[in-house]
Design a protein around this ligand. Structure first.
Ligand SMILES: CC(C)(COP(=O)(O)OP(=O)(O)OC[C@H]1O[C@@H](n2cnc3c(N)ncnc32)[C@H](O)[C@@H]1OP(=O)(O)O)[C@@H](O)C(=O)NCCC(=O)NCCS
Length: 377
C-alpha cells in the first residue's frame, strides 16, 4: 500500500538538493553552504548564479568570462520583439508577457546544449521584462548594454539612465536573496518538466506559470498597497484591526515553513535602507516599519501562539518600491532572480535521470456501462 501524502504535499520530501537549505524552525536559509545574510549583500548576482550552477564561487577570470557570455546573449530575437509589441498593444500584465516570451526566447537556437540554454535564459529574461515595460510606456526600448552586469543593465533598460551604485547593489542583494528556496511550487514545476528530458526553456516557462499565482510570487504588490493605503501612522492600528476582524490576511506576514522571522526579511531590510535617497522612500520606509510593528502586535493579540512573523514579501515590496519599480513589475522581477534557481534545480534533476511520476488514488465510480449517444437522455 503506497502512503498518501498530505494535501499540497505538505511535509513531504520529494527531492534531495545541495542547492539551498530552508530551516524553518531556526529561521535560517543556507545557499550552497553560505548563510544568506553573508552571501546576498556581498556577492554580485552573477557570482551567486555561478556558485549555484557550479558549486563553487568563481575566480576573477571565471567571473569575467561568465559575465561576458551572458552579456553577449542579451539581444532578443525578432519573434520575441514582435510578441512583446503585440502584448503591449493589448496592455497585458508584464508577468503574462514574460510567460509568453519565455516560451519563444530560444527561437533562434532551439535544441541547444543545456548549459547554453541556461545562459541564454538568464541573459534574456531581464531584457524581456525591461523591454516590455518600455513598450507599455509607449517608448522605444534601449539596446541592452554589454558593459553592464545583469542588475545594472536591467535598471538601465527600465529607466534609460545608468543606475547609481546603491540601486545596483540593492537589486543584486534582492536577486541573491530570492535566488533559491528549497522545493517551492515553481521550482518543483521546473523539476517535473525537465525530469521528462524536455528542454530547459520549457521547464522555466512552466515555472513562470507557477510563480505568477497569488499564493506563490504574487504577494508583494498587495503588501505595498496595505502600507500606502494606511498612509499615516495613526491609521495603522484601526486599519489593521478592521482587516483582521473581517478575517482577512495581512500580506507580508506568516509563512508555511518559517515559524520564526524569515531570515530573508532582514537581508532585504538592510538592502532597502541603502535606498534612502530615492524620492519619497524615507517616509514610506518609516511608515512601513511602524505598520510592521503594529501588525506583529495585533497578530499576536488576535492569533496567539500562531507565530506569525514578517515574511520576505513585506521587505521585497519595500525594496522594489525603493528601486522605483511599479507594483506590476514586482512578480516578474522576482522571476528574474528565481530563474537561476530553477535552472540549477533542472541541472540537479537531470543528473538523477529519473522521471517525476507520482501516483494518484482513484476515488471515483467503478463499473459504469457504456450508453450509446442516441440512448442518452
Ligand atoms: C503564507 C501563508 C499562506 C502561510 O499559511 P499557513 O502556514 O497555511 O498558515 P495557516 O493558514 O495555517 O494560518 C494559521 C492561522 O494564522 C492566520 N494567519 C496566517 N497568516 C495570516 C496573516 N498574514 N494575517 C492574518 N492572519 C493570518 C490564519 O488565518 C490561521 O488562523 P486560524 O488558526 O484562526 O484559522 C499565510 O501566512 C498567509 O496567507 N500570509 C499572507 C500572504 C503572504 O504574505 N504571502 C507570502 C508568503 S512568503
Amino acid at each position: 500500500m503506497i502512503a498518501m501524502a498530505k494535501a499540497g504535499l505538505e511535509g513531504f520530501i520529494a527531492a534531495e538538493t545541495t542547492l539551498s537549505h530552508v530551516d524553518g524552525a531556526h529561521g535560517r536559509l543556507i545557499i550552497r553552504g553560505f548563510p544568506v545574510e553573508e552571501l546576498a549583500p556581498q556577492a554580485s548576482f552573477e557570482e551567486v548564479v555561478y556558485l549555484l550552477w557550479n558549486d563553487a564561487l568563481p575566480n576573477a577570470a571565471q567571473l569575467d568570462s561568465f559575465k561576458e557570455r551572458l552579456a553577449s546573449q542579451r539581444a532578443l530575437p525578432r519573434a520575441v520583439m514582435r510578441l512583446l509589441r503585440d502584448a503591449a498593444a493589448r496592455r497585458l500584465p508584464p508577468i503574462i508577457a514574460l510567460r509568453m516570451a519565455s516560451a519563444v526566447l530560444d527561437v533562434d537556437q532551439p535544441d541547444g546544449e543545456v548549459r547554453e540554454d541556461a545562459e541564454r535564459v538568464l541573459a534574456r529574461f531581464p531584457v524581456i521584462v525591461a523591454t516590455y515595460e518600455r513598450l507599455l510606456a509607449g517608448q522605444a526600448a534601449p539596446e541592452p548594454r554589454s558593459d553592464l552586469g545583469a542588475a545594472a543593465n536591467y535598471l538601465y533598460m527600465l529607466f534609460d539612465a545608468e543606475p547609481p551604485r546603491d540601486r545596483v547593489r540593492a537589486l543584486d542583494t534582492y536577486w541573491n536573496t530570492v535566488v533559491d528556496h528549497g522545493l517551492n511550487a515553481s521550482t518543483f514545476a521546473a523539476r517535473v518538466i525537465i525530469s521528462t528530458w524536455s528542454d530547459l526553456t520549457s521547464a522555466v516557462t512552466g515555472a513562470v506559470g507557477a510563480l505568477k499565482g497569488p499564493l506563490h510570487g504574487g504577494a508583494p504588490g498587495p503588501a505595498l498597497d496595505t502600507v500606502l493605503e494606511i498612509g499615516t501612522p495613526e491609521h495603522a492600528e484601526p486599519y489593521l484591526r478592521q482587516r483582521i476582524e473581517r478575517g482577512e490576511r495581512l500580506m507580508g506576514f506568516g509563512h508555511r515553513v518559517y515559524k520564526v522571522r524569515d531570515p530573508r526579511a532582514d537581508v532585504l531590510n538592510e538592502a532597502a535602507i541603502l535606498l534612502e535617497k530615492t524620492e519619497g522612500f524615507k517616509e514610506t520606509y518609516a511608515l512601513a516599519r511602524y505598520v510592521e510593528k503594529v501588525a506583529l502586535r495585533l497578530l499576536e493579540e488576535y492569533k496567539p501562539g500562531r507565530a506569525l512573523q514578517t515574511n520576505v514579501e513585506f521587505y521585497t515590496a519595500l525594496l522594489l518600491h525603493g528601486l522605483a519599480l511599479k507594483p506590476e513589475l514586482f512578480t516578474p522581477t522576482f522571476a528574474l532572480g528565481r530563474v537561476a534557481g530553477w535552472v540549477a534545480h533542472c541541472f540537479e534533476q537531470l543528473k538523477t535521470g529519473r522521471i517525476v511520476r507520482p501516483e494518484s488514488s482513484y476515488v471515483g465510480i467503478l463499473g459504469r456501462s457504456w450508453v450509446p449517444l442516441s440512448e442518452r437522455t
